[in-house]
Design a protein around this ligand. Structure first.
Ligand code: GLN
Length: 313
């Protein structure tokens, strides 16, 4: 009887080259987010990808050293910080189910009495900001410091032009926040929460920094290069599960089908994905599909799991 094939150690450098060539025709198909006016200034033909292996090896291609707006990817940092400090009590105020609705939808909130489905849609992220605002003097600074620590990079910062641009047009997020306030699920002033949330979303990183920043979630909650424990292994496992089921909005089912990794996306065009026990991979391409996920980025990750034979399934 022949033995099943053991997984090979992939040639990541060659695989990234292949993917970068393959995505080129897709770079003109997505639509750059314009509801935050400042984001629409980014050219859509950019593409970068970076891999951070838990043994410290790194690989990158294209615009992997270019900073971009993390947007909803920062919801993962806010959740990790809130979960590490507050534990299971956060689940009294936010759920753990996919919403099946767009990330900025209001409809479910009304009939579910102001309790958001999960921490990765805007409503749930605003509750996380509220929880952090009750704990820290400035929640956005707490998230920024957390992001700098997990990326091991002091230059990580807000893009205040993006934050202002979002704040000045944040009518829908204001509506979500006011509705939750009315249901008693927002404890701080609406304006405080929106301002902090917009600054948090404006944090920029490169793909290389983002892959490194996500690596603790691939290593059971412990930062690989320092050994510092951010979350216990069980909590890290749970965040991975939430990323898989809710991390790419109402496309999470299709993303799991195509890519098969826990991931978190943002409307800046970034996606962070994890191969637990092995690596973190970040991709950036600003052209989005109709669900608000990077079109070329999703395809790049689909090819990555296919070409490396790595996925959680
Ligand atoms: N700051 C953005 C918003 O609230 C984040 C959305 C996203 O990346 N999906 O609309």
């Amino acid at each position: 009887m022949s033995k099943p094939d053991l997984p090979q150690i992939p040639d990541y450098a060659a695989i990234l080259e292949t993917i970068c060539a393959e995505v080129q025709p897709l770079l003109h198909q997505g639509k750059v987010a314009s509801y935050i006016p400042q984001l629409s200034k980014v050219s859509r033909d950019r593409f970068g990808m970076a891999v951070y292996c838990l043994d410290g090896r790194t690989f990158s291609i294209g615009d992997a050293q270019q900073k971009f707006s993390l947007q909803s990817v920062t919801k993962l940092f806010a959740l990790a910080l809130a979960f590490s400090r507050e534990g299971d009590s956060i689940w009294e105020r936010v759920g753990r189910e996919p919403s099946g609705n767009p990330f900025n939808s209001l409809v479910q909130l009304e009939y579910e009495k102001g309790k958001p489905r999960n921490p990765f849609i805007n409503a749930g992220a605003l509750v996380m900001t509220d929880i952090l605002s009750s704990r820290f003097v400035e929640s956005d600074i707490a998230v920024l410091q957390f992001a700098r620590m997990i990326a091991d990079e002091i230059s990580v910062d807000f893009d205040l032009a993006v934050a202002r641009s979002e704040r000045d047009t944040a009518h829908r997020n204001y509506a979500i926040a006011h509705l939750m306030k009315d249901f008693g699920n927002l404890h701080n002033p609406v304006k405080t929460v929106i301002d902090s949330y917009c600054r948090q979303c404006s944090i920029t990183m490169t793909c290389a920094e983002l892959a490194k920043a996500g690596s603790f979630l691939a290593q059971h909650g412990t930062i690989p290069w320092s050994g510092q424990q951010i979350l216990d292994a069980s909590s890290a496992k749970r965040l991975n599960a939430l990323m898989l089921t809710c991390g790419t909005y109402d496309a999470a089912g299709d993303f799991a089908y195509r890519v098969g990794l826990p991931a978190k996306s943002g409307v800046g065009g970034g996606i962070l994905a994890l191969v637990p026990g092995e690596l973190a991979v970040a991709v950036w391409s600003p052209g989005l599909d109709h669900t608000g996920n990077s079109l070329a980025g999703t395809y790049a990750l689909e090819r990555f799991t296919t070409l490396t034979s790595r996925s959680i399934f």
